[in-house]
Design a protein around this ligand. Structure first.
Ligand code: ZN
Length: 444
């Protein structure tokens, strides 16, 4: 089986290569058909033969220009469940990337902006800005050079439900911040808040430079009803009860990561704890799944060990948490140190009997491996997103081979190859491509 899989892959590769090599030639239709009999062709207006499967012309999508860099993001947020608003204060530490800058453009989608200030040692200064509901154009008090970091504070209200809707097959919505059962009207459904940043949706709930070629450290303080657990990137460095009965949790991540990997979650979760080399490895599940959480997620410490050794780079982040949320808009997301899964990863004892490797366990492997390919090393632009995904997919094969042997690994390979060839019936494009219509199409 493995041989025939490889042979068919080789055959497909040769046909593709031959066809691509001729795509720009002026050979006649007959000649083209002779060398690539399976490829249908259509004559173009000027008589040049163009294979009919060639992708349509799409715009060039270069990496985002780097004018200012976000160095650190400090957020202080609370929530209005009834209106589904996030009330936020962001203090961003920035500096020019190379050339001096006297202006700053932040992505900030659908906010009410209350104030924009320069944070100074001698007091804060209001800054002039223009806002078009998508980007915030700020005029700084003078030009800054790249060795002059500066801090900007933005007071804002994020209103994710008042944004125009987008999304893709991979991630079905792009509003960034989600309130689940916010009024508590749906019986048997927990109230939750969670976020989904990839590709550029985190700027729906905090102002940032929402591109993968930015890297920042961060600190997020969430004020919530005392009954709820919170989760965000990095370590919980403070938890303070407030006079009004609420609680403020502060999460800090000291290693820099791209803005799309920032997350938060709030809700009634049971936290089941493991460790790996002294680092916390936590599983956040709905309380009724507390007793099966380790059966679902319990391979995680061994995976951390395996991938650290296989890659020769130890898992570098401060902790590793996984959380299962309701009504999730994708399969799972590798937010740095805080992976989000859909709630269907949770399982009862009965459901666990039917669990297949290529269900939850391979997803757990995939998201963890992204902490090297995606989070530690990040694609410069969405043109390179298939690099993130290809390495993460390969990790599913590696774990299967290590844990269950060659047959299981062969099955993973066969399924992946079949999916690839199936997709090739409709879509044949270079994996890494700088022309595309929509960045959400880059999850190849
Ligand atoms: Zn992935």
């Amino acid at each position: 089986m493995r041989y025939s899989v490889c042979a068919s892959f080789l055959w497909f590769g040769l046909v593709s290569f031959t066809a691509l090599g001729q795509s720009g030639s002026s050979k006649s239709k007959a000649a083209d058909k002779k060398t690539t009999p399976v490829v249908e062709t259509a004559p173009s207006a000027v008589g040049i033969t163009v294979p009919s499967w060639l992708p349509p012309e799409t715009p060039v999508q270069p990496a985002a220009p780097q004018l200012n860099d976000v160095v650190n993001t400090k957020l202080d947020v609370r929530f209005d469940w009834a209106k589904q608003y996030l009330l936020g204060t962001a203090v961003l530490t920035l500096r020019p990337h190379f050339y001096p800058q006297s202006t700053l453009v932040l992505d900030a989608k659908g906010f009410d902006i209350k104030a924009v200030q320069l944070v100074g040692e001698k007091g804060d200064k209001l800054l002039a800005y223009k806002y078009d509901k998508s980007q915030l154009f700020i005029t700084l008090d003078h030009a800054y050079t790249r060795d002059q970091p500066y801090q900007v504070r933005v007071n804002y209200v994020a209103k994710p439900n008042e944004l125009p809707q987008g999304g893709s097959a991979a991630i079905t919505s792009d509003k960034g911040l989600y309130f689940i059962n916010p009024l508590g009207l749906e019986p048997n459904k927990p109230r939750q808040i969670w976020t989904q940043g990839e590709t550029q949706s985190n700027s729906c709930w905090f102002p940032t430079i929402d591109h993968p070629n930015q890297r920042m450290t961060q600190e997020i303080s969430l004020t919530v009803d005392n009954q709820y657990k919170t989760l965000s990137n990095g370590l919980l460095v403070a938890s303070r009860k407030n006079a009004d009965g609420s609680r403020t949790d502060t999460w800090r991540q000291s290693l820099a990561a791209a803005p799309y990997l920032t997350m938060l979650a709030v809700g009634d979760f049971a936290v089941v704890s493991d460790t790996w080399r002294g680092k916390a490895v936590d599983y956040y599940v709905e309380p009724q799944y507390k007793n099966t959480a380790k059966a679902v997620f319990g391979h995680t410490p061994e995976m951390l060990d395996f991938y650290s050794k296989r890659l020769g780079i130890d898992f570098p982040w401060e902790k590793y948490a996984q959380i299962a949320v309701r009504d999730y808009v994708s399969g799972a997301m590798e937010n740095t140190t805080a992976t989000v899964h859909g709630n269907t990863i949770q399982a009862t004892t009965r459901e666990l009997i039917d669990n297949q490797y290529e269900g939850s366990e391979s997803t757990i492997a995939h998201e963890l491996f992204h902490h090297w390919f995606g989070d530690l090393v990040t694609c410069e632009s969405w043109s390179n997103l298939p690099l993130n995904e290809s390495f993460a997919n390969y990790s599913q094969y590696l774990w299967a081979e290590y844990k269950y042997g060659a047959d299981q690994a062969g099955l993973v390979q066969q399924h992946d190859l079949a999916a690839y060839l199936e997709e090739a019936n409709d879509k044949r494009e270079p994996l890494i491509r700088y022309h595309y219509a929509n960045r959400e199409d880059m999850f190849d």
